[in-house]
Design a protein around this ligand. Structure first.
Ligand SMILES: C[S@@+](CC[C@H](N)C(=O)[O-])C[C@H]1O[C@@H](n2cnc3c(N)ncnc32)[C@H](O)[C@@H]1O
Length: 704
């Protein structure tokens, strides 16, 4: 846990957590809590019943929470991890993921944690917090990570605990609600002895006490929460209402809430200056930059899908009203609804009362634009054919026929395009079949989906992308096969993680299919090859981290990184040590040759491993990987069975039971029949020994 414990036991608070704080019980710049009636009325009166509501700049989440009971699914997103944690806690806790009793008990324990003079104490005591509260933050924050690492709380419960700490810390902070500065007088009495003037908020001196958030467990099953740049997310979202409430002015939210963000992330970076800020350029918003805000909004609106866009933007914002009208006007008819709104001060400490015009810009996309919602390309080269009334007639079909089968029912072509299916075309203009906007898993058309539901993959993957260079790593997988799997288990723009990245089959496959991927690889030799392949083939390099997954993944999880798919090819037990056959070997129709050693010898330099040790290593890496995977995300693992020591080893089955033990739900065991593999003669006339020309691809799903 780090740091020395404070001997001061009076600071240990013995108290049962008081339930009950809500997202609105927090001072937040631009919070729409007081405008909720105005916002909900404006939206509901124009849209009627909302099915999926997405709040892309959710902040405290009060707007998203207001729509929870009005629609079937709420999506919330914010660039700050601290907001993500709070939104996850309030919008995505379910009976399956959170035990209220257990969480209440953990909160009680946290309230009894001994204060520790650690990172928060070293950086924030005497400025943002009293020394005692800063040390309490250290003790509690470390304990939350320990609970999680020891499996005493689930990932969702960890976020509920973080939410509890965030609200508690905010309550005793020596600020006016924002952390771009702290107030003077932290050591002074609450009121000046001579004048009686109020010097400091008395809450600052109270002990920090965690309370249980008033989380609602029912009705959250489908809600989703993201921690991304809204512009990256917009194109992937399937929502009928997009609510946009970006920052209006040049004050960066991360500057205003850096202390809470830092406590939630808990990476303990070096802090600088009097205000103790961390390096945070990556968390700065384009919407708070005068010369970029309008462009950012234009890009988001262009990428957005869905029929209804509502934008909150007041009359003091940095994007001019005329520009907003023009940007939204490019997608449909624009209406503006205003309301006067009293605010105090300018957000930077002044107490002057002013009146603002709070505006909601409503854009309903015109029919032809809205119609293309849900259409997307399965590969970067694919495209939609431009809207054409004669084409639209054909959009009623569920699946176009598989290649080579009889043409579609001609009667279907005459039905009006009412079910929203969209015909997709490849780069050469050939039909790929019909895509349904209701497809939640991937961007495949019905015909492609059927093709990929086969349990055997026998598609040839001819050598490409510097195959020879990549082959120095004996276990490499065809990037195109990885790309195909990525297309089956993700939508465009989603993220893929590979904890055993090797020479980067997954990373290359992801780049080819327009997905972002992060790989972790312990051996720098393979990383160098991957980078060389990217350079030679002019493929954008993805993030490849050198290190042991068991350490690196914990750090990524702490940074709040989340992925939609985990695709990997695990290092096999003993594979790196096996000869490909004993002594001499012979291929069918060829002369006998001397045995070759596996090229995987550099795969794992550690001492000889037993199968149990190998499995334990796999368990550790997958246990570290799973917190990074979003709920309902898939885990797809290449694993070959092997013949060794006179017996067949069902490594796929061993690995599958291990993944089940980790709580994953088995979904499929695909067989990749590698048509490029040559047959060997083994055991001929004596004993049956298989010639392994297939690999298993285990498919699991993370439970919500
Ligand atoms: C005006 S506040 C939203 C307030 C929110 N509606 C509420 O009621 O609490 C804007 C939010 O946008 C977030 N933000 C800024 N730039 C962003 C971006 N590019 N993508 C996602 N969120 C962003 C900020 O962190 C901030 O929480």
């Amino acid at each position: 846990m780090g740091g020395e414990p404070i001997s001061h036991t009076s600071a240990v608070v013995e108290r049962t957590p008081t339930p009950g704080f809500l997202p609105q019980n927090r001072k937040y710049l631009g919070s729409k809590y007081r405008l909720l009636d105005f916002i909900t009325e404006t939206i509901v009166s124009r849209v009627g019943s909302v099915e999926v509501f997405a709040d892309l700049f959710a902040g405290t989440g009060v707007v998203a929470n207001a729509f929870r009971d009005r629609c079937t699914k709420v999506i919330a997103n914010d660039l700050l991890y601290s907001n993500y944690a709070v939104n996850r806690a309030f919008l995505a806790s379910t009976k399956a993921t959170v035990s209220v009793e257990k969480t209440a008990e953990l909160i009680e324990r946290l309230n009894r944690c001994a204060p520790v003079c650690g990172y928060a104490h070293a950086n924030y005591s005497g400025t943002y917090f009293t020394g005692e509260n800063a040390a309490r933050i250290d003790g509690i924050r470390d304990a939350i990570e320990t609970f999680y690492a020891e499996g005493r709380c689930s990932e969702q419960e960890r976020l509920v605990l973080l939410t509890s700490l965030l609200f508690a810390a905010d309550k005793v902070a020596n600020t006016v609600g924002q952390y771009d500065a702290f107030l003077k007088h932290i050591d002074a009495p609450v009121c000046a002895a001579d004048s009686g003037r109020h010097l400091i908020d008395s809450n600052v001196y109270k002990p920090l006490i965690l309370k249980l958030p008033a989380i609602e467990l029912s009705g959250n099953r489908d809600n989703e929460v993201f921690n991304e740049d809204a512009n990256d997310l917009a194109a992937r979202l399937q929502a009928d209402v997009l609510y946009l409430d970006p920052p209006y002015n040049t004050r960066q939210y991360v500057d205003c809430y850096h202390v809470l963000e830092n406590i939630c992330l808990w990476n303990k970076p070096l802090l600088k200056g009097k205000t103790r800020k961390f390096e945070r350029d990556h968390l700065k918003s384009r919407y708070s930059r005068k010369n970029e805000a309008a462009r950012a909004l234009r890009e988001l609106v262009q990428a957005a899908r869905g029929e209804h866009i509502f934008l909150s933007y007041n009359n003091e914002g940095i994007i001019a009203e005329a520009d907003i009208r023009e940007i939204l006007g490019s997608r449909g008819k624009v209406e503006v609804v205003s309301r006067e709104y009293a605010v105090f001060g300018n957000g930077a400490g002044s107490a002057r009362r002013r009146t603002l015009q709070e505006r909601i810009f409503y854009c309903r996309r015109t029919a032809s634009l809205a119609h293309s919602v849900g259409s997307r390309s399965a590969t970067p080269a694919s495209r939609e054919r431009p809207e054409d009334p004669t084409e639209r007639r054909r959009q009623t079909e569920l699946f176009a026929p598989p290649p080579g089968s009889s043409p579609a029912d001609p009667a279907a072509e005459r039905r009006p395009g009412a079910n929203g299916k969209i015909e997709m075309f490849d780069a050469r203009g050939n039909s790929r079949g019909f895509y349904s906007p209701r497809n939640r898993l991937n961007d495949l058309t019905g015909r492609e989906w059927v093709y990929w539901s086969k349990s055997v993959i026998n598609k040839p993957y001819p050598p490409n992308l510097q195959h020879k260079l990549r082959s120095s790593h004996g276990g490499q997988k065809p990037p195109d096969l990885c790309g195909d799997l990525i297309e089956v288990f993700t939508k465009a723009g989603q993220r893929v993680l590979d904890p055993f990245a090797g020479v980067g089959g997954t990373l290359l496959g992801a780049a080819l299919r327009g997905r972002e991927a992060v790989g972790v690889e312990v051996n720098s030799q393979w990383i160098e090859i991957y980078r060389e392949v990217c350079r030679l083939e002019n493929v954008p390099e993805q993030r490849m981290i050198r290190g042991d997954s068991r350490i690196v993944l914990g750090q990524l999880a702490g940074q709040g990184r989340r992925f939609d798919l985990l695709l990997t090819d695990v290092p096999y037990w003993r594979m790196d040590r096996n000869e490909q056959s004993k002594g001499q070997y012979k291929r069918v129709g060829q002369r006998q040759k001397q045995a070759r050693r596996s090229k995987l010898k550099a795969f794992n330099r550690s001492a000889e491993q037993s199968k149990e040790q190998w499995l334990e290593q796999m368990r550790e890496v997958f246990a570290c990987s799973l917190p990074l995977l979003r709920d309902k995300g898939y885990v797809v693992v290449f694993i070959g069975d092997m013949y060794h020591g006179g017996r067949y080893h069902m490594l796929s089955s061993d690995l599958a039971s291990l993944l089940c033990d980790l709580g994953l739900i088995p979904k499929a065991n695909l067989i990749w029949y590698d048509v490029s593999k040559s047959l060997h003669i083994y055991g001929y006339q004596y004993e049956y020994i298989p010639s392994m020309i297939h690999q298993n691809i285990l498919v699991f799903r993370k439970q919500a």
